[in-house]
Design a protein around this ligand. Structure first.
Ligand code: NAD
Ligand code: UDP
Ligand code: UDP
Length: 343
């Protein structure tokens, strides 16, 4: 394996992402695991635009080639079909580690595989970061707070997680991934970053992934009733994908390890979300109640003071602004037309 000297790049990175005047920023070599997925593919777009070289590592469990196809043929883009549970040798400067199904329907489909992805997959990517001296960013989740007893959730809150429930493969898996990340930092001096991502939506989400925003939008477009689980009074905070990607890049380039909550503090009950979807797509859309799933968190809303103060980051796109952008993408993928009647 070629191991190119990376000192030049590293001096730049270690200056907190700020490029000394008169010194042109050299393109970085960046791995994005899970880069063919929803969030990953939007991140890849930004990194390629910025002039970096990107290697996407993905096993296509929930990701799709269509999400990154527009980069095929670009010499700065590579796509590797690989499962992060297996070791991987690459020479890179940064690793954005996103590989892991995010929708509860997907991560519960094969829970043992989910926890292996979170634990063994993260271990392998940290081993890689250690070997080549790359900076490593973990995309953790608001689910590390479980069914939170503190509201809104601050990064110092340790959470309320069921270790033996149906969501544990994901939330305990991510908690272990955070632990591994900090242990590689303390024990092997790996430069690490941890993001705790709150519910995110936008174009390229899997249409039938079972998450609430994608479900409601697809249902309203198909003239099916919106399925509200439980009494619909549980809350979530919905972040538009471009805001998240901006936060992830600021975190990677900045000098703080985290963890940082990255989410939109706007809090909605599922019934309020249904109302916004009705207003955006179809005021006549009906609501149908369904039993809720096990261990469903009652409330969720990020406290983003830390990200505001230390990363200078906050979300810019409201649900009312972001939803129509997702609706035109869904409309196109569901009906195959290019019309956008979302207003
Ligand atoms: P996604 O399911 O669209 O993307 C995940 C990607 O990882 C897919 O392309 C999938 O094929 C790939 N993948 C899964 N297991 C893999 C494995 N073992 N090896 C290689 N590739 C694998 O999900 P997303 O919404 O884009 O989420 C990306 C990351 O952000 C995940 O780590 C998720 O836990 C985290 N996150 C997302 C949200 C959200 O609301 N979208 C919230 C919290 C955390
Ligand atoms: N690893 C990897 N790519 C690398 C270096 C390591 O996939 O470039 C994997 C390696 O196979 C191991 C894990 O990362 O399973 C942890 O590696 P580390 O060197 O930290 O631990 P060790 O191999 O000593 O157990
Ligand atoms: N939910 C719903 N209808 C759906 C899908 C989900 O009411 O069709 C609810 C679900 O019970 C949860 C919330 O929406 O309270 C968010 O669920 P999602 O699966 O999107 O993400 P989570 O935050 O639970 O990971």
């Amino acid at each position: 394996y070629e191991h190119r000297p990376r000192f030049h790049v590293h001096r730049i990175m270690n200056s907190g992402g700020k490029i000394p005047l008169g010194l042109k920023r050299k393109g970085l070599r960046i791995v994005v695991t899970g880069g063919a997925g929803f969030v990953g593919s939007h991140l890849v777009d930004r990194l390629i635009d910025r002039g970096d070289s990107v290697i996407v590592v993905d096993n296509f469990f929930t990701g799709r080639k269509e999400n990154v196809m527009h980069h095929f043929g670009n010499p700065r883009f590579e796509l590797i079909r690989h499962d992060v549970v297996e070791p991987l040798l690459l020479e890179v400067d940064q690793i954005y580690h996103l590989a892991c199904p995010a929708s509860p329907v997907h991560y519960k489909f094969n829970p043992v595989k989910t926890i292996k992805t979170n634990v063994v997959g993260t271990l392998n990517m940290l081993g890689l970061a250690k070997r080549v001296g790359a900076r490593f960013l973990l995309t953790s989740t608001s689910e590390v707070y479980g069914d939170p007893l503190q509201h809104p959730q601050v990064e110092t809150y340790w959470g309320n997680v069921n270790p033996i429930g149906v969501r544990s493969c994901y939330d305990e898996g991510k908690r272990t991934a955070e632990t591994l990340t900090m242990d590689y930092h303390r024990g092997a001096q790996v430069e690490v970053r941890i993001a705790r991502i709150f519910n995110t939506y936008g174009p390229r989400m899997c249409i039938d992934d079972g998450r609430v925003v994608s479900n409601f939008v697809a249902q309203a477009l198909r003239k099916e009733p919106l399925t509200v689980y439980g009494d619909g009074k549980q809350t979530r905070s919905f972040q538009y994908v471009s805001d998240l990607v901006e936060g992830l890049m600021r975190l990677m380039e900045g000098e703080h390890i985290g963890p940082f909550n990255l989410g939109n503090p706007g809090e909605f009950t599922m019934l309020e979300l249904a109302k916004v979807v009705q207003e955006t797509i179809d005021p006549d859309a009906k609501i149908e109640y369904r039993p809720n799933t096990e261990d469903d968190p009652h409330k969720r809303k990020p406290d983003i003071t830390k990200a505001k103060d230390l990363l200078g980051w906050e979300p810019k796109v409201s649900l009312q602004k972001g939803l129509p952008l997702m609706v035109s993408d869904f409309r196109q993928r569901i009906f195959g037309d290019h019309k956008d009647s979302s207003g």
